[in-house]
Design a protein around this ligand. Structure first.
Ligand code: 9YT
Length: 129
């Protein structure tokens, strides 16, 4: 059994801070669960273009407010606490925190190793530990 607290992750190598978001990676590939689990802050006023072509991701917003826009057809879905979206079709999208920092609980399959940051196309590479 694995027990972890957010406070044990903040400030360690399992926290990744970028201009647009900070990701606290709670469960990683090396934990052997078949998915990774992240507690991510999307910073207010940012827009991030993301395309998880190698992963599926489910995202559950627990704080804040913003929106996701699908690149393919321009559809915009508002996001607030209690909203979940699942990128089951590897949809390329723009993610914006428009009214407040958004705190998102994210699950990735295949699991992230903890080293991932988006490349110039918004993609996470498939990494080995
Ligand atoms: C919602 C989303 O995909 N944000 C980008 C960061 C990612 N969730 C991560 O690595 O935790």
């Amino acid at each position: 059994m694995i027990v972890r607290k957010l406070e044990d992750i903040i400030g360690t190598e399992n926290e990744t801070d970028t201009e647009n978001w900070t990701s606290r990676r709670i469960l990683l590939k090396k934990d052997g669960m078949g998915f990774s689990l992240h507690d991510t802050i999307i910073k207010l006023g940012t827009e991030t273009t993301i395309w998880y072509k190698n992963h599926v991701e489910a995202v559950y917003c627990i704080e804040g407010e913003g929106e996701i826009e699908l690149v393919e057809d321009g559809t915009v879905y508002p996001i607030k606490a209690g909203t979940m979206y699942a990128l089951d079709g590897h949809e390329k999208h723009h993610l914006r925190a428009t009214k407040a920092d958004m705190r998102m609980i994210c699950v990735f399959n295949p699991p992230c190793t903890g080293k991932e940051v988006h490349d110039e196309n918004g993609v996470y590479p498939l990494l080995e530990d």
